[in-house]
Design a protein around this ligand. Sequence first.
Ligand code: F6R
Length: 369
Amino acid sequence: EKGGYDYFMLKEIAEQPKAVADTLLGRIGTDGRLTLDELRIPDQVLREIDKVVIVACGTAFHAGMIAKYAIEHWTRIPCEVEVASEFRYRDPIMDDRTLVVAISQSGETMDTLMALRHAREQGAKVLAICNTNGSTIPRESDAVLYTHAGPEVAVASTKAFLTQLVACYLVALYLGQVRGTKWGDEIFGIIRELGDMPKHVEEVLGTMEPVRELARSLADARSVLFLGRHVGFPVALEGALKLKELAYMHAEGFAAGELKHGPIALIEDGLPVVVVVPSPRGRSILHDKIVSNIQEIRARGARTIVIAEEGDEAVVPYADHLIRIPATPTLLQPLVSTVPLQVFACELATAKGHEVDQPRNLAKSVTVE
Ligand code: F6R
């Protein structure tokens, strides 16, 4: 049942290229436009949406954070994202022109379910992004976009996360398509590039041996920090979450620009710091800023583990360990940059002797508030 792998988590990490491909399947038409007939929310309604609110928990929340960057950039619709357990308690502002997107692998997470019920009571339209057919969250939503990751058994979410990202990109691009925003050409280019992502995820998986080796060498580290900017920030949070839940180790993710506002005090000799570097093409200002962040932490003794695009030479002098990922459009990078972090956490936890499929104190679906 584990298909020759020692753990479900390893099997599910390996299944990611297929999971991503399956989630795209049938949704990109031969004319290069998206067809999301299953959405069931009429295009006319989608054209009138004036706010998107994303609610989710844990890893799914990180997918939602990334979705916000994509939705606002590609559609210019204001987008908020919030952990579901906080959402309804602050009396959030919604009406019938609000699209609430509830992201959940299991479709049974109680906090997310309660958030969407609250949203519907306020008259908002709710779209579920879900991996489990017929589960409660899609049943109670106005529409659902299923991710096709297949059953995810390991408690730590991996392939479901990547497919949640794909679904979020599809929603963002579809909103852009029906609304015909000024980003039209960019949107069609991105739809094409999305089709190449399964291949890029496969490429990353083929280069993970040095990451495993590095993870084993860090089994005795007391703490690991993760830094990112832009969509690399939620990826940093996701890398830290995986390490906490699997290796029971102190790990924290930060927006790299926040370093100087406090966390830089944590940097001490030998502290491993993973940095997710945005593409040097695209928004190059972001790239330059993070290169100086890497210099700053290295000057204070950090052991830098740098995840950077193929061909990015600027980071080489400051990387104690360099993990290469394929070049992709900036907003799509999380589909490849997350993968080494999953492998890293899984291997480090295994090296510490932990059971990665069933971490202590955690359940696969959290059906209590
Ligand atoms: C972490 C993890 C959890 C879930 C969260 C939401 O690896 O799996 O953080 O992402 O409990 O679960 P779903 O997506 O089922 O609502």
